[in-house]
Write a protein that binds this ligand. Sequence first.
Ligand SMILES: Nc1ncnc2c1ncn2[C@@H]1O[C@H](COP(=O)(O)OS(=O)(=O)O)[C@@H](OP(=O)(O)O)[C@H]1O
Length: 213
Amino acid sequence: MLFKQQVWLRQKLLVLGSLAVGSLLYLVARVGSLDRLQPICPIEGRFGARGQAEFPLRALQFKRGLLHEFRKGNVSKEQVRLHDLVQQLPKAIIIGVRKGGTRALLEMLNLHPAVVKASQEIHFFDNDENYAKGIEWYRKKMPFSYPQQITIEKSPAYFITEEVPERIYKMNSSIKLLIIVREPTTRAISDYTQVLEGKEGRIKLITSLRSWQ
Ligand SMILES: Nc1ncnc2c1ncn2[C@@H]1O[C@H](COP(=O)(O)OS(=O)(=O)O)[C@@H](OP(=O)(O)O)[C@H]1O
């Protein structure tokens, strides 16, 4: 009887032991795979010792929340500045091509915690009127970011405007210019459709305004 109980106990211990070892192996494997999911270009290196404590995700979420409140008018510019947030000139610009998927590229780059996008096309370098407003005007159009982050903007018109290369070079001769291309026929059709849609929209607006007179 005693012998039977001992065997039963040993079997139970064996099952529990293998369960514990199995769970341990699973945890080790999972932590290993999480390690491999780290970004290819880890941002910690860019942020130095202080940044390491703040980054990546929690500080980023906090910053996005802060900026959201700032846009709603619930937080002052001074409070934003208190958190070391600044408006920086871009270190990379998506210059084109139009209808090549520039928006998609910008959004994808913006997923990286070290990148902050300007949400609108600024048209600073291709539009003489905007360019005449000066570099400070351009900087003020940029989103708030941490000094170690990279600001990025996109204006596909930069690719087809003659004055642009010289103007960008004057601002920063080592800036990264990004270009995305698309199968030419599909791109041209897409571009043509957009222009036509815009023109038709404008004609409809003018006709309806005239009918008011
Ligand atoms: N990943 C990927 N691959 C291929 N094509 C893509 C991709 N992402 C976006 N798109 C298509 O790109 C078109 C929009 O391009 P842009 O964002 O550059 O447009 S714009 O110039 O800023 O108006 C738009 O094309 P159309 O659908 O022909 O309008 C998008 O569908």
